[in-house]
Design a protein around this ligand. Structure first.
Ligand SMILES: Nc1ncnc2c1ncn2[C@@H]1O[C@H](COP(=O)(O)OP(=O)(O)OP(=O)(O)O)[C@@H](O)[C@H]1O
Length: 231
């Protein structure tokens, strides 16, 4: 579903070239739950941005669902994102003057054959909050809305960048449990960025990143349920 082949990316930082992705080769199968693991500043978010076409590459191929998007125009990339990708970030980015339901409906209307808004909100545990506004919700509830908003488009791939970075431990457990079930429940592939080694065994595939390189890739046949993680 996601294939990077010998991808290199260099930023120009104050006139000095800085290679942020070094020969990245990666293969994530459909319906896998993959984790990109690494310390701050090692280039994890850049890899997500490359996969979503928000960053171009200097070298190599980015193949999503068998299509090479490396040479897509900006318009093609925008359509590709709309059709195929969902995003969940550390910040929830909800629209403050819209209700929970309206925040999700707005995205549902952007794509043909999107899922039923109320059903998705029920599945993320928010049936009782449909008419609430974001500032009336806890952090965990706001993150559930942002997950529903990403899922309602029925994305082939869900990209999550530190989705529990702003949440306490108990709420993080709940959100990670929700995310771990999504590949089966929504027939989607999940790629999550984290620096937290304690949660890595919840994934089918752990990709360890250091200094812009993939250090190690580990496949796990039987990932641990989130409530069995020692954390
Ligand atoms: N647009 C940019 N121009 C120049 N340098 C950049 C740019 N974006 C990121 N960087 C640098 O690239 C490096 C990798 O950044 P990236 O955000 O991919 O790392 P990360 O592992 O996701 O870090 P974090 O966990 O802190 O978010 C950092 O040193 C960052 O400062």
């Amino acid at each position: 579903m996601i294939e990077l082949k010998e991808v290199c990316k260099t930023y120009n930082s104050g006139g000095v070239p800085f290679m942020v992705s070094k020969n990245i080769t990666l293969h994530i199968q459909p319906r896998e739950f993959a984790i990109l693991l690494g310390e701050s500043g090692t280039g994890k978010s850049t890899i997500l941005n490359i996969i979503s076409g928000l960053e171009t590459v200097d070298q190599g191929q980015v193949i999503i669902d068998k299509v090479d998007i490396s040479h897509y125009s900006q318009d093609q990339l925008a359509d590709f994102r709309k059709e195929n990708l969902g995003f969940v970030f550390q910040t929830y980015n909800l629209i403050p003057n819209l209700t929970v339901r309206e925040n999700v409906e707005l995205i549902a209307k952007m794509k043909k054959n999107s899922l039923d808004v109320d059903v998705v909100l029920e599945q993320v545990g928010l049936s009782h909050r449909l008419e609430s506004f974001p500032n009336q919700l806890s952090g965990g509830e706001q993150q559930r809305v942002s997950i529903a908003r990403a899922l309602v488009k029925k994305p082939k791939i869900l990209l999550c960048d530190e989705p529990t970075g702003a949440l306490d431990n108990q709420t993080s457990h709940e959100i990670l449990t929700l995310l771990q079930n999504l590949p089966k429940q929504y027939d989607t592939t999940v790629l999550m960025v984290t620096h937290n080694r304690a949660i890595m065994e919840m994934a089918n595939l752990i990709v360890e990143v250091s200094d812009g390189e993939i250090l190690k890739q580990t496949t796990i046949d039987h990932p641990k349920p989130v409530n069995c993680l020692n954390w």
